[in-house]
Design a protein. Structure first.
Length: 82
């Protein structure tokens, strides 16, 4: 069984819109040089993605830009996986 570590003090947890025990955790590692996004299901980490600190502004800009769209592109695609 995998060992679960506490979320570092510099991070946050976001619940999944489907609310089925899923969450995304944001934590900082490597002295704050890596943002780690990890996907959790029922208390178990099932995937992670490391984003270099220098790439974080572009990631955030993309999220903010998409918020201003009336209908984001991904909502119009048929047969989306849940």
């Amino acid at each position: 069984m995998a060992e679960i570590h506490a979320l570092p003090a510099s991070g946050d947890v976001f619940g999944d819109a489907r609310d089925q025990g899923r969450a995304m955790r944001l934590s900082w590692h490597g002295g704050g040089q890596l943002a780690v996004l990890s996907i959790w299901r029922a208390g178990t980490c099932v995937a992670s993605f490391q984003l270099a600190r220098n790439d974080v502004p572009g990631f955030v800009e993309s999220l903010v830009r998409t918020l201003s769209d009336e209908e984001p592109e991904w909502t119009t695609r048929p047969n989306q996986a849940s």
